[in-house]
Design a protein around this ligand. Sequence first.
Ligand SMILES: N[C@@H](CCC(=O)N[C@@H](CS)C(=O)NCC(=O)O)C(=O)O
Length: 301
Amino acid sequence: MTSTALATITFGGAERAMIAWRELTERADMVDLRIFSYLPNPRIWKATIAARLCGVEVEIRGAPPKELADWLWDFDARPLSDADRASGAYARQARTGFAGKLHKTDAFLAAQPFGAVPAAFSPDGSVGIFESNSIMRTVARLGTQDSGLYGENAYATSRIDSFLDASLVFARDSQIYLLSLVDQTITRDIYERAADAFAAYMTGIENGLSPDRAFLVGDRITLADICFVCEFASLSRERLHQAVLASLAVEPVTASGAQSQFPRAMAHFEKLSTHEAFAPDLGPFLAKQKAGETADDRQVS
Ligand SMILES: N[C@@H](CCC(=O)N[C@@H](CS)C(=O)NCC(=O)O)C(=O)O
């Protein structure tokens, strides 16, 4: 294990991606966990934030969604070579968040049975870990510091798991909603399901912080807080699609009255966003959001 230092790389183009990939490969022996994903992806921040808090080295590989279609999905993920492309051996039909063909090795599918990203791997690639909450749990379990991230005892750990399970239910509707915004197939029904899922999740977070608790479980930051911040940030990318929402005559679900309905949850999000372990991921993201960056074809969900 090594001290906390992260390589969270947002690639700007194929050429830059290849350069960064080479740099990362050179320091592969220092890494505790490798994650392959489209970038940026608020769900992998669960792992990078946890890593900063517990002294784990995480390597991030990836590229913007559009470029990931031209990558070989593998433990040794990288931009496709001409030979990879010509062989046709890796082409698979995309299922969620991507269109057309993706290129996945048999080894990738053996390690990642759902074939999805984010995809994490043990340092030698022999163990695949999937689902962003489980990837985050891996980081906490690998942690060398007394971080308390995954609870101090069986009850606290299980309460943290309860929040993570509740977030998965919410994330299902939030993913369907975000993908429908990106490909502009949103309907009122999809919007309302997302709004209901958001209200149910936020009510639980609000109650969990009541009457005046500083954290969701115990008296310091745990995976439950990290997960909440990242899931909220993920859904808030709906604000990049104002024009599509306006065509339905609706407001972003994270905007309409959230501050007054869920004051503790919103204050918790805002406070943690500026925490030193969260700010490297959340800071640039929120700054762009504030600056009103629009129409994002780089988003998956
Ligand atoms: N609930 C999962 C979501 C994973 C997921 O659905 N990934 C999609 C992209 S949004 C994917 O990798 N799709 C690949 C495919 O369609 O083959 C998580 O949070 O990790």
